[in-house]
Design a protein around this ligand. Sequence first.
Ligand SMILES: Cc1ncc(COP(=O)(O)O)c(C=O)c1O
Length: 327
Amino acid sequence: MQAFPRLALARLPTPLEALPRLGANLGVALFVKRDDDTGLGMGGNKLRKLEFLLGEAQAQGADVVLTVGALQSNHARQTAAACARLGLACELILRRPRQADDSYLRNGNVLLDRLLGARLIIIDASESREAAMAERAAQLQAEGRRPYCIPVGGSCPVGNLGYVHCARELLADCRQAGIDEAVVIVPTGSGGTQAGLVAGLHVLGSSMSVIGIAVEGTRAEQEAAVFAQAQATAQLLGAPPLSRERVVVRDEFVGPGYAKPTEAMREALALAARSEALVLDPVYTGKAMAGLIGLVRAGELPSAAAAIFVHTGGAPGLFAFPGVISV
Ligand SMILES: Cc1ncc(COP(=O)(O)O)c(C=O)c1O
């Protein structure tokens, strides 16, 4: 693989752990890839992407890093953590939802962003995050600073390389655990995590399948976005084009919308915590686990295959949703 500047930020490789009690409950051989356990700033999937993105930022001589997200963005919090570790200034453009209670506005990732020393620029629900970031970057440039802008979720070919490497880890994990056939289940938001995995498996010549569980958007929108990202990532690596069929996203578990709770998510959160002490979050991994459970119960996963759930983190966001579990 061609060398791209990469920093060591995440604790890698992450463990692949068996989930025997939850697996027995569902009737499937179930494993979890602990990408929530990547260390820095309470961990999560974005640290893998940030190793490459901030490697590029440093190579370009950046002195301030900007990114965008929802108010409770885990990506923004991990960017703040990585910048703190590197001694880089960090500015987060975060979009407030139309309605939010005090916990959502001040607790969880927002509290951590402030603790980690990031500058928060909070914009209204109607404003464009990308326009706000471009405007702020231009201001900084005019002041003689060297900003580096990271797109939403760190999803772009350079960032997605983090998940190309995760694909390599997963194949090694499967060899070690004696798993011959597996389906990988991953939450899909901005799409780079799934795209990096798909591109990585393609580049490494593996036919292992990946199912993205959308946390926003429709199947058609998400499959188009993930396919475009995966293709661009494979292209960056000089790999041949990948086939469209490799990108599968399910959208039945989104519910009323991004970050809006569903009953299936609440059940998944409680089941994972009470059977395996696996703490999921309401926005991403709770809905992805609801997807895994739903697909297994509907008999939609190949019966001979193990299910590998990629725990992408997000539990710090739980504290912004204190009412999510009522019993
Ligand atoms: C905890 C968690 N899981 C999954 C995702 C989705 O990853 P991606 O945006 O690469 O699709 C995110 C993105 O913010 C996240 O914070």
